[in-house]
Ligand binder design. Structure first.
Ligand SMILES: [Zn+2]
Length: 72
């Protein structure tokens, strides 16, 4: 059975950065795509880098470095 949002009944969810004070660790909320109701929280280690916006930027930069290295 699909997980449903307890507030609006939607079955689609997304990851959202959340700003937790006084911790060096990154957290992300798993929230309803429609109303934003949070159904859970996970740490950044559990989220593949490609799904996080700055993770994508890091991968882009690595790509660039790799290309430069291959040109030599
Ligand atoms: Zn909802």
């Amino acid at each position: 059975m699909a997980q449903l949002c307890p507030k609006c009944g939607c079955s689609k969810f997304q990851l959202q950065d959340i700003d937790v004070e006084n911790t060096p660790y990154g957290f992300m909320a798993i929230q309803c795509k429609v109303c934003g109701y949070p159904i859970g929280v996970t740490t950044l280690e559990n989220v593949p880098a490609t799904l996080i916006k700055y993770g994508t930027k890091i991968l882009d930069k690595l790509d660039l470095i790799e290309r430069k290295l291959n040109q030599k």
